[in-house]
Design a protein around this ligand. Structure first.
Ligand code: GLC
Length: 733
């Protein structure tokens, strides 16, 4: 039938109206309130479209060794999220175009990735970062990671990991900020701010993801993925505080943990995931499961099959399912059978859309395709990595001020498997870090000393095994030198995920090398690169100095060289206790007092650890004045000011961290012998004095939670401890 002009005009008008309407649909209107946009979009979504938002698959070459070969489904246009393994935005933008143009409602995909301690500019592992006691620098480093990640196409990092761990046989102790809840909260919050910036929609901001919620560090025997027996009291006073601090800092998302929390697994635990996180803390972002953690509920004996696993995880409060497809496969049936109500589905979808809207993905779904040189390894980024590495290094021992190595030494023997190593200085979770980006210890010292000090290198031994054939060369180098630097430690994959070890001692071949070198009678400096505290009971008596460099990242060699030469004064302090032997585990500073003060010690070894939390030496001396309190008695609604004057009484400029601990010797629930409540790090020039101050807020600093999370503030005596001083004050009703 011939179309009249008026019909053609009419259909054109209709099309134009539809286009106009489409552009005016509320959820696409960036000037509308996000909550209105969410409501509008959810009201338009089909059930299938909603369920697709609740799933995450993988895009690009899956390089995560612990999940290799995991088959993942092909990628539907309406997928909620993808783990993005590429280091440039091209593939991401291709998939995003498919989502924006081929899916009915054009909902952008959220691209996530494990940016744990750097994207391409790899800086120190988190455990090392905590030893810097410099959260501002950690925030800067996370800002570098966010910029590199966002320019590569990543919107969301699965970081920070804030799992308290006191069993260093557990490889993931390297990924958190040590043994203390307060420190994990401060460094976790700094990381959140570094990643998320001032606004999630800012160009280089990426969403943070607190993990692994919760109690994962309590994995029995340090065996990863295993049962964790977490009492309700420990949950509230040890494992939850860092999460609460980071949620107050605005963390957009969380990741539920693998571990079984005293019978209710972290990825299907309504108490933690909904009662605490959503109802008490009012978190309005979303929770993603860990990789296949929904499916693993079957292994844990908490679900009989995938369908039950999907139901339990989703109803407990896990909004997004990482990679095992259980939500996609079984939520439709569960909804049809009324086992999953639509309001839960709509709430879950709304939480995910809320983060996508806040990130600005609807307005800016694509990543500008800049060149690598504009995106990665910028000089200022490497500078931040170097500064953080320098401040993370801990001088554990320095007999007779052997260090720094000045021009009094002409020949230095540089020995050990770590001396020229690059790869292992990156540590676990290397993301897109590359071995050639790393400056080795040898390279750093060569640059530092140039021809002033001669470096004589010998490998000495491998990381492990029993091959002593390189000992001879090492001994020759040692005998021809004035001082020995022996560089030992762990391979990067000896810590991190699925890296449990039965002992925290180094392989015996490394210890044997030191014993052989000791026979030369030359002074020995032990340099350690590792992802966990190490057993030093045999080593520490054989060496004159010990420098803990952790896994420092790209600037490893440069940062250590600055310390050894004295150009940089070491300022790191341990954020985790070093047990004397594996047998002492668990040993941590904030333990409770035992029932008997003079009994209950080991019969076969000393009971004191090798080095306590907070230990770290300097090349200068800091003298503390008398601790002063603004009062010795305060009411619950009053504040107490504590001050101490610290002077750099040495000849070298340095940085000092003052750690403020509170003790509550008598309470209705026993308290740890002391708890870190505040810390501050300052630079003090030689001779300079400075006042360090803490304002004690009774409800914040003197109260404690019970097993229901209710805080108790009880009158009585308290002590404030800094350094070797302890001041008593009383809290009255
Ligand atoms: C891993 C880890 C988790 C990581 C996730 C995605 O198994 O447990 O920390 O973020 O899978 O790679």
């Amino acid at each position: 039938m011939k179309k009249t002009a008026s019909c053609i005009l009419c259909s054109l008008m209709i099309q134009l109206t539809v286009i106009a309407d489409n552009n005016r649909v509320l959820y696409k209107d960036s000037s509308a309130p996000i909550e209105k946009r969410i409501q509008d979009l959810v009201s338009r979504m089909s059930l299938n479209e909603k369920i697709q938002q609740l799933n995450q698959y993988v895009l690009g070459e899956n390089t995560n060794a612990n999940n290799l070969g995991e088959a993942v489904s092909t990628i539907p246009a309406g997928i909620g999220s993808l783990i993005y393994f590429e280091s440039n935005p091209v593939l991401r933008n291709e998939i995003q175009k498919k989502a924006m143009k081929e899916s009915r409602l054009g909902i952008p995909v959220l691209f996530g990735y494990d940016i744990i301690h750097g994207f391409r500019t790899i800086y120190p592992i988190s455990l090392a970062q905590a030893c810097s006691w410099n959260p501002g620098l950690v925030e800067q480093a996370c800002g570098v990671a966010a910029r590199e990640g966002s320019m590569a196409g990543v919107d969301w990092t699965f970081s920070p990991m804030i799992d308290i761990a006191r069993d260093s046989r557990w490889g993931r102790v390297s990924e958190g900020y040590g043994e203390d809840p307060y420190a994990n909260g401060v460094f976790g919050a700094a990381s959140v701010k570094g990643y998320q910036g001032k606004n999630l929609s800012d160009p280089y901001s990426i969403a943070a993801c607190l993990k692994h919620f919760v109690g994962y560090g309590e994995s029995e025997g340090g065996r990863d993925y295993h049962y964790s027996d977490v009492s309700a009291q420990s949950l509230w006073e040890t494992y939850l505080p860092p999460y609460e601090a980071c949620i107050k800092a605005g963390a957009a998302t969380l990741m539920s943990s693998f571990n079984d929390i005293s019978g209710i697994p972290g990825s299907a635990n309504p108490y933690t995931l909904t009662t605490i996180l959503k109802q008490q803390w009012k978190h309005d972002g979303f929770v993603i499961s860990d990789w296949n953690a929904v499916d693993q509920l079957i292994n844990q004996g908490f679900a009989a099959n995938k369908k039950e696993a999907a139901c339990k995880a989703f109803m407990a409060g896990v909004e997004m399912d990482m990679t095992d497809n259980d939500y996609a496969d079984f939520l439709p049936q569960l909804i049809a059978e009324k086992k999953v109500p639509m309001e839960r589905v709509n709430d879950a979808v709304s939480r995910i859309l809320r983060i996508k809207f806040r990130l600005g993905l609807f307005e800016h779904p694509y990543t500008p395709e800049a060149s690598e040189s504009e995106r990665l390894l910028l000089p200022q980024s490497i500078e931040i990595a170097r500064k953080l590495a320098e401040e993370s290094i801990v001088l554990l021992k320095n007999e007779k001020q052997l260090l720094p190595i000045t021009s009094r030494y002409k020949r230095v023997a540089l020995i050990g498997p770590m001396a020229k190593d690059k790869e292992n200085l990156l540590g676990a979770w290397q993301a897109h870090g590359q071995v050639n980006d790393v400056e080795s210890i040898f390279e750093g010292l060569e640059k530092e000393w140039k021809s002033n000090i001669e470096l004589d290198y010998a490998k000495g031994c491998d990381f492990e095994g029993d091959n002593e054939s390189d000992f001879k060369e090492a001994l020759t180098a040692a005998q021809n030198s004035d001082i020995i630097l022996v560089c030992l430690g762990e391979k990067g994959n000896w810590s991190g995920e699925n890296a449990s070890r039965s002992t925290i001692a180094l392989p015996s071949i490394q210890e044997k090398l030191v014993s052989e070198l000791k026979r030369t009678g030359k002074p020995i400096v032990l340099i350690l690169s590792n992802g966990r505290p190490l057993e030093l009971i045999r080593l520490r008596s054989q060496v004159d100095a010990i420098v803990e460099i952790w896994q420092p990242g790209v600037a490893g060699g440069a940062s250590l060289a600055g310390i050894l030469s004295g150009r940089i004064n070491p300022s790191g302090k341990l954020a985790i206790t070093f047990p004397l032997t594996t047998g002492q585990i668990p040993v941590y500073y904030n333990m409770r007092q035992s029932a008997r003060l003079k009994e209950g010690f080991y019969q076969d070894i000393p009971t004191e650890p090798a080095y306590w939390f907070g230990h770290g030496l300097s090349y200068t001396t800091f003298t503390y004045g008398n601790l002063k309190l603004s009062a010795t008695k305060i009411k619950k609604n009053e504040k107490l000011i504590a001050e101490v004057e610290v002077q750099n009484t040495g000849a070298m400029d340095g940085k000092e961290t003052v750690l403020w601990f509170i003790s509550d010797p008598v309470a209705s629930i026993t308290r740890p012998m002391k708890e870190l409540k505040f810390f501050e790090k300052k630079e003090l020039k030689a001779g300079q004095k400075s006042i360090f101050r803490m304002e004690i807020d009774p409800m914040r600093d003197l109260s404690f939670p019970d097993s229901n999370g209710l805080r108790h503030l009880e009158a009585g005596d308290f002590y404030l401890t800094i350094g070797n001083q302890k001041a008593k004050f009383e809290l009255v009703d």
